[in-house]
Design a protein around this ligand. Structure first.
Ligand SMILES: Cc1ncc(COP(=O)(O)O)c(C=O)c1O
Length: 499
């Protein structure tokens, strides 16, 4: 039986207006000023509604490449056999658990399946609390661990945005991010790993003085929300020791960096020579299909009384998860992440000296961050320049992300099929676009870059100054006015032609 309704074309303008009308305002779009409507994607390329191709440098969720035919095929096949087996035995779930565990150290041998990284981290906190009988958690001040209520509390970068009204919870203890470029010990400190680990020890001691024992420490191995901060040598080894000495356990949030992305290793914690007690994984493991997992020791797993998730571990998700692992293996994507990632990072390092605004180039494998500063001495974050640069790269058909507490770090986490040619192209385009911004600033005599970016509205501050209207504010027909009527009936009536 044919259930499909004849499709009527939905214009860019209608899509944007429907989103404005019916989707929460706090759900932000990439390129808020001139969003893209992406219709399809393949490998490391995105295609918009006008057929233009963009190089995707940010979609780590499409880990092995957008719409990889093997992953799509396996997903379609399983979808046509059995999509839900909640409460029943299913071999896909069992096979995937066995396969995942085989990629991890022996102690990490029990899986729980969920549907998002946030669910995974929330479950990790529950597991830690049920095992240690302590709810208290240490997180880093530059961390983001997810969108559930419990995780917003341990995601200082997120709750800072909630404003002054937000009170840190008593069970949350915050340690400084071990950022050797911008952190509290400066960039020339000897043994920064030891210094930053000591900060965690101080947090543990302070909590104990307040009568609170730490149950868990959670961190990413490479702190993505801080703009791909790679913690220094010996940091995690010391932190894990301090946390365990006080009776706590260690959680590695591998949602962004797991599954071969860091190149040298399959999991992020391996680059720091530690073995966590709980690992959480998400984003890339389903190549875009909602799938996430928590993997832990038998003792910790057994401490949890009861757990159920309707969609977690469904046969389609697990079949896809295994297909993703097949592709990583068959296409040698971990070593590709290492080689192409090195080409990217070396490329950015090479252009750094000629750009006064590139303060730092960092990262590992296919997780690269380029931190922009007003000047290399003050290291003042160049937030708006970062935004303008991202828009300029969009014009060059390259999509790059922005991260960091000050939103001044351009980040790259492309699908792992990204090539060295892609890497060279991005570095060259980045250098040209940044040189253009820097020279325009010099041309108009604004040697003090602070002047350029202060007191300007978010949209196109620099371009306004330099007369370069490079950001295409309206990507759609200007003769159609924005509809502002918020009445629900009027809103629905607007879309009769697309229903
Ligand atoms: C490090 C980290 N952990 C957890 C999450 C939450 O994952 P999800 O959005 O799938 O819930 C994210 C999402 O960006 C993340 O970056």
């Amino acid at each position: 039986m044919e259930h499909r309704m004849p499709e009527k074309p939905v214009t860019f303008r209608q899509t944007l207006q429907m989103r404005k009308d019916f989707v929460g305002k706090s759900c932000k779009l990439h390129f808020e000023v001139a969003p893209l409507k992406i219709l399809r994607a393949s490998r490391q390329y995105l295609y918009d509604d006008t057929g233009q191709e963009f190089l995707d440098c940010v979609n780590n969720t499409s880990h092995v490449g957008h719409c990889h035919p093997h992953v799509v095929g396996v997903g379609q096949e399983q979808m046509s056999k059995l999509a839900s087996s909640y409460g029943f035995l299913n071999e896909q779930t069992a096979l995937y658990a066995k396969r995942l565990v085989s990629t991890l150290p022996e102690s990490l041998c029990v899986c729980f399946f969920v549907s998002s990284g946030s669910e995974g981290n929330d479950l990790a906190l529950r597991l830690a609390a049920s095992y240690t009988k302590r709810p208290d958690v240490i997180c880093l001040d530059g961390a983001y661990h997810g969108n559930l209520g419990s995780l917003v509390e341990i995601s200082p970068v997120r709750y800072k945005k909630l404003g002054q009204g937000h009170q840190k919870k008593d069970w949350v203890h915050i340690a400084p991010t071990p950022n050797v470029f911008r952190g509290k010990f400066g960039s020339n400190a000897a043994n920064p790993g030891v210094l930053y680990a000591n900060e965690v020890r101080k947090v543990i001691q302070k909590a104990e003085q307040q009568g609170r024992d730490i149950g868990a420490f959670i961190s990413e191995p490479v702190i993505s929300a801080s703009g791909m901060v790679v913690p220094p040598e010996n940091y995690f080894q010391n932190v894990y020791r301090y946390v365990r000495e006080c009776g706590g356990i260690c959680i590695s949030d591998e949602v962004q960096c797991g599954l071969g992305r860091i190149g040298e290793h399959f999991w992020g914690f391996q680059m720091h020579n530690v073995v966590p007690d709980i690992v959480t994984i998400g984003k890339p493991i389903g190549n875009g299909y909602p799938l996430a997992a928590v993997i832990t020791t038998k003792e910790i797993a057994d401490s949890l009384g009861d757990f159920s998730s309707t969609f977690g571990g469904n046969p389609v998700a697990c079949a896809i998860g295994r297909a993703v692992l097949d592709v990583i293996e068959n296409e040698k994507l971990t070593s590709s992440a290492k080689n192409v990632g090195k080409c990217l990072k070396d490329g950015f390092k090479a252009i750094q000296p000629k750009h006064p605004m590139i303060g730092d180039v960092r990262g590992v494998g296919m997780m690269i961050g380029i931190e922009l500063v007003m000047d290399k001495e003050s290291k003042k974050p160049a937030k708006e320049t970062a935004e303008i640069l991202a828009y300029k790269l969009k014009e060059k058909k390259i999509i790059i992300g922005i991260e960091g507490g000050d939103k001044n770090v351009l980040v790259m986490l492309p699908p792992l099929c990204f090539t060295t040619d892609n890497a060279r192209h991005v570095v060259q385009a980045f250098s040209e676009a940044l040189a253009n911004i820097e020279s325009e600033a010099a041309r108009v005599g604004l040697t003090n870059r602070e002047e350029i970016v202060s007191d300007r509205p978010m949209d196109v501050p620099l371009d306004v100054i330099t007369d370069q209207t490079t950001i295409n504010v309206h990507n759609y027909s200007d003769d159609e006015d924005d509809a502002e009527d918020d009445d629900p009936v009027a809103k629905r009536a607007r879309y009769e032609e697309v229903d």
